[in-house]
Structures are given as C-alpha cells and as structure tokens.
Design a protein around this ligand. Structure first.
Ligand SMILES: NC(=O)c1ccc[n+]([C@@H]2O[C@H](COP(=O)([O-])OP(=O)(O)OC[C@H]3O[C@@H](n4cnc5c(N)ncnc54)[C@H](OP(=O)(O)O)[C@@H]3O)[C@@H](O)[C@H]2O)c1
Length: 304
C-alpha cells in the first residue's frame, strides 16, 4: 500500500509517498481503508516518520478481540500514520460515521472537534448564556469551537483576520473581531470563558478581558519554548492569588466524545468546514499549507 513518510534528504525532512506493507489488525484494532484524513498542526510539528492522526474510512478487517465494529462499517477517529491507503486503529479511538456525513467531513472532526468540545465543555465549563471569546476562530479548532459553543448556548465572540470574518459569522458567532483592525484585549466587553487557540498574547493581556471568576483555556501555545515556560509559571503563581483560572490542556481520545461529535454532525449541529483538498501524492503540500498558520478551517487529504 502507499503511505506518506518523512524522509531525510539533503538538509531537511521532506514528505515522500512510498510502498509499504499493509498492516494487520491486532487484538482490539481494526484495519481501515482510508477514504479521507485531515491535517493538524501536530502533523508537521511532531515530524514522526509516518504523519497523520485524523482518519475516516471503511473497516476492512478486525482483530480477534474487537467487539464494537464489523467489516463494512464506516468510522472516523484517531490513528497513527493515517496519510496512507490503510491504517490500523484501536476500536476505542473510533466512532461510527453517519451516512449523511461525508468521509471528508468526518475526517475533520477527531483532533479539532475533540479539542473544541473538551476545551469548552470540560475545561472552560461553558454554560448557556455565558460570554465566550475564541482567539483563532477561523482555524480547525476555531471553526469547531464556534459551532460547539453555539450548540452549548453561549454568546460567542470570534477573533480572526479580515478574510475570515464572514466565515466565522456564518458559523454562528454573535460578534466577530478582526484582529488586523482591533485589539480584542482592549475590548470593553469582558468574558466568562476565553478559548485561546493561538497563544500570541500574554496572560496579562488576556486577563484584562476576563470577568472576576472567568476561565481561560489555553489550547494553542507560543512558538518559543521559553515563552511556553513563562506562561506555565505565570499561571501557577497567579492560581495562588486569583479567582480566575488559566487551564493548559491536551485533548484526550475519548470514544464517548467522538460519539457526541458524530451525533452532532448527523444532526447538522456541527458541520465541518473544509478549506482545501489534496490527494495522497500532495501530502507535502497539504502539510506546508497548514504550517503557514492561516488555513481556513480544515485541510483534507482524499485517499481513495
Ligand atoms: N492542546 C491541544 O490538545 C491542542 C489540540 C489541537 C490543536 N492544538 C494547537 O492549537 C492551535 C490551533 O490549532 P488548529 O488546528 O486550529 O490550527 P490551524 O487550523 O492551523 O489554525 C490556523 C488558524 O489560525 C488563525 N490565526 C493565525 N494567527 C492568528 C492571530 N494572530 N489571531 C487569530 N487567529 C490567528 C488563522 O486565522 P487567520 O488566517 O484569520 O489569521 C487560521 O485560520 C495550534 O497551535 C495547535 O498546535 C492544541
């Protein structure tokens, strides 16, 4: 089968499409014929040999202890090295895909959808009618966040650049701030929950627009390791004195949350937005585009 791999050439790593052996599902794994896989920043950041985590496709074989799925079923979820014609994934990291959701759409949901859902509901403890600000509302996590926050009944302000104002509004945001024209941290409004998908503002800046007991969920990290450390230390020290919370968080692959996303996509509460589509042979271009940092919603690799 064909699969994308990072290989070392000259001075840097590049993506190549190579022929490798088709994997065999073990125990509670299933073998998926990949129909679509979406790209996340972690795919270019981690540079593991076989990139790709999000997947949607059809089950073609199952391990001897698999109980939840059968061959022929359509699923989506998380695997390793999903930019390939076939991939094995544990059944606990998958959910059934509804017929009215395309493989492309389903492939967008795992990392970005889980991050948005867990960030808002569990870490932000977002309640109906609360005021929420999403910094980075137009990216993969952002476009899921806007829709999920509206499904949870929040009043949503999204922050994005001029090109994406209409998109973020169309996804349901009540207010949109164009960061090229206005500094959202100088806003007169204050918010019960902040979801920061960008990591480009200091905690002191973010604190200016937080209500006295607000929660700030930090999804995206600054680019420099030193700045990340400074953020963590500031959050730890502040947590001793402030009633406001700053929460660092890594999304978890919970099957019940994938099932929630599956239901919401089936019902049309959440409709994944797709920016660009690539073929498997164009995986390098897809990764480079996401690495530029201005992908509009999700980028999908169609595989078969
Ligand atoms: N903690 C976790 O578990 C977790 C999970 C997933 C992702 N992440 C991290 O979260 C971040 C976002 O992920 P993603 O998948 O949404 O990435 P993405 O799709 O690549 O995000 C691209 C978006 O970022 C926006 N953006 C760039 N600069 C901005 C700025 N200064 N202000 C506001 N928006 C800006 C762009 O909008 P404009 O073009 O309008 O600027 C673009 O739409 C990444 O750093 C990723 O590594 C963390």
């Amino acid at each position: 089968m064909k699969a994308a791999v990072y290989t070392k050439r000259n001075s840097g790593k590049i993506v190549e499409i190579v022929d490798i052996e088709r994997p065999v599902p073990q125990n509670r794994e299933v073998l998926i014929k990949v129909r679509a896989a979406s790209v996340n920043p972690l795919d270019w950041r981690m540079k593991v040999r076989r990139p790709g985590v999000d997947v949607a496709g059809e089950i073609v074989a199952i391990g001897n202890r698999t109980t939840r799925f059968k061959p022929g079923e359509s699923v989506f979820g998380l695997g390793r090295g999903t930019f390939a014609e076939y991939v094995c994934a544990p059944e606990s990291r998958l959910a059934a895909k509804s017929d009215n959701v395309t493989f492309e759409q389903a492939s967008c949901a795992p990392v970005a959808g889980l991050t948005a859902l867990q960030g808002l509901r569990d870490k932000g403890r977002l309640q109906p009618a609360q005021k929420l600000l999403i910094n980075g509302a137009a990216g993969g996590v952002g476009t899921f966040s806007v829709q999920i926050a509206k499904a949870l009944g929040a009043q949503v302000t999204g922050v994005c650049s001029t090109n994406n104002v209409e998109l973020v509004r169309a996804l349901g945001a009540d207010l949109v701030t164009d960061y090229t024209e206005q500094d959202f941290t100088r806003d007169e409004r204050s918010y019960d929950v902040l979801l920061d998908n960008v990591g480009n503002r200091s905690l002191a800046d973010l604190r200016r627009i937080m209500t006295p007991r607000a929660r700030c969920v930090l999804v995206g990290a600054p680019k420099q390791a030193g700045e990340i450390l400074a953020r963590v230390l500031t959050a730890i020290v502040w947590s001793c004195f402030l009633r406001q919370s700053f929460v660092f968080f890594i999304a978890q692959p919970k099957p019940e949350d994938l099932a929630t996303l599956s239901d919401w996509m089936r019902m049309g509460k959440v409709i994944p937005e797709i920016d660009r589509r690539y073929s498997l042979s164009e995986t390098g271009k897809a990764l480079a585009y996401v690495e530029e940092g201005h992908a509009r919603a999700k980028v999908v690799i169609n595989i078969s």
